[in-house]
Design a protein around this ligand. Structure first.
Ligand code: AMP
Length: 397
């Protein structure tokens, strides 16, 4: 069975065709600059091609994707009918879509009404969905998979904000979290790696990339997560500030005469390790800067590690102990120095990193010492496969 996974952005559309019998990616690519000049990158059969081509709308992009998937040279299927279903990544389903959902016109309209929960990300997902329905017809199941779904189990003590309760009731303002598909996937893979059932484990999953979030996974379910109403909360990130005293925002707005949108820009795009270092949001640049003696790069890296350690400690306490710590995403999977900086202070919990294993890359493995009572694992995330698995589960019901 083959499932097409779509991750639609405002002017881009990433795709993967996954063979579910082998969990194998048959083809993948990206349509970029939709609505502008248009470009498609497509990878299949061990080769990669790039083509600049007009892509006026997302529907045109989908048509192009299907054309390449069935192309004589670049194709991996002979007919579109071989695609059993399409899984769409959606960032926020609010409290309406709490699990992966088979979509119809009415549900798409409902999702369309949730724009304000993820203004940059939800609208393109709706556009992508409508485009697939238009191009592929109504018989191909279109399933939405939500980044917020894994966090829906979070108890009210984690989800509700200490502001007047009426804002939760009126506007749905609460913690929703993000990266849920990734946290759920790596927690499940961690349990497999350790030969345990998810219900038996307390895991802290650290999704550390350009955006970073930490989740306390107790017995296979989300107990708490660091991102909040939006993905601005939690640990500092590439360009996002994470948790700060909310009064700082008002103070800067008054001093600098900034509008709410301008302040949002400062906190989302000019803060985090970029804001502190003044150099870059990419941890490779910061490592190089710190190595060359740039103290603000050093500070940014030390702050990031400190904040992640602090969250892990807090979640260990919240869960009443921790069996495993999982590192995933760009930094979590590829930056041994950062893993050491985060994990070393956790020796008091019984978490000891094995420096030799810590240098390994590219596969799921434990990187803790034999006598470490808390397992430290690196698990490459695979959000597309997780979306395809959830899509398959929905259409198999
Ligand atoms: P992501 O958002 O998951 O793509 O992660 C982006 C971050 O991961 C950047 O700060 C990079 O420094 C880091 N990263 C990604 N790939 C590598 C790599 N191969 N080696 C070192 N760092 C990497």
């Amino acid at each position: 069975m083959k499932i097409l996974v779509i991750n639609a952005g405002s002017s881009s559309l990433k795709y993967q065709l996954i063979d579910m019998d082998q969990s194998e990616v048959l083809a993948k690519g990206n349509c970029e600059r939709i609505g502008l000049d248009g470009k498609i990158t497509h990878q299949a059969n061990g080769e990669k091609m790039e083509l600049e081509t007009a892509l006026p709308t997302h529907a045109d992009a989908i048509k192009m994707v299907l054309k390449y998937l069935t192309d004589e040279k670049w194709g991996v299927i002979t007919d579109v009918s071989e695609i059993s279903a399409v899984g769409h990544r959606v960032v926020n389903g609010a409290e309406i879509f709490v699990e992966a959902t088979l979509m119809d016109e009415e549900k798409i309209n409902t999702l369309d009404g949730l724009t304000e929960f993820a203004p940059l990300h939800n609208p393109p997902a709706v556009v992508g969905l409508r485009a697939c329905m238009e191009v592929m017809g109504k018989d191909v199941p279109q399933v939405t998979v939500y980044d917020t779904a894994f966090h829906q189990d979070m108890p009210a003590t984690s989800a509700v904000y200490p502001i007047p309760y009426e804002y939760y009731e009126k506007y749905g303002i609460r913690r929703y979290g993000a990266h849920g598909t990734s946290h759920g996937y790596v927690a499940g893979e961690c349990a497999k790696l350790l030969g345990k059932k998810p219900e038996e484990l307390n895991i802290v999953t650290c999704h550390l990339g350009n955006g970073s979030s930490i989740t306390a996974v107790k017995g296979g379910k989300c107990l708490d997560t660091s991102m909040g109403f939006t993905p601005l909360a939690g640990v500092m990130m590439g360009t996002r500030c994470g948790d700060i005293d909310p009064a700082v925002a008002m103070y800067i707005m008054n001093k600098e005469g900034l509008t709410p949108d301008q302040m949002s820009d400062v906190m989302n795009k000019k803060s985090g390790v970029f804001g502190v270092s003044g150099v870059s949001s990419d941890f490779r640049d910061l490592d190089a800067g710190a190595e060359a003696g740039n103290e603000r790069c050093r500070l940014a890296l030390d702050m990031f590690a400190y904040q992640v350690t602090k969250y892990i400690g807090a979640y260990a306490a919240a869960m009443g102990g921790v069996d495993a710590i999982v590192f995933t995403a760009g930094i979590g999977e590829n930056n041994p120095m950062m893993r050491t900086a985060i994990a070393e202070p956790l020796a008091f919990l019984g978490a000891k990193i094995d420096e030799e294993k810590n240098q390994m890359r590219g596969k799921a493995m434990a990187i803790s010492t034999e006598d470490s009572t808390v397992k430290i694992c690196v698990i490459p995330t695979n959000e597309e496969l997780a979306i395809a698995q959830q899509t398959l589960a929905v259409i198999s019901r």
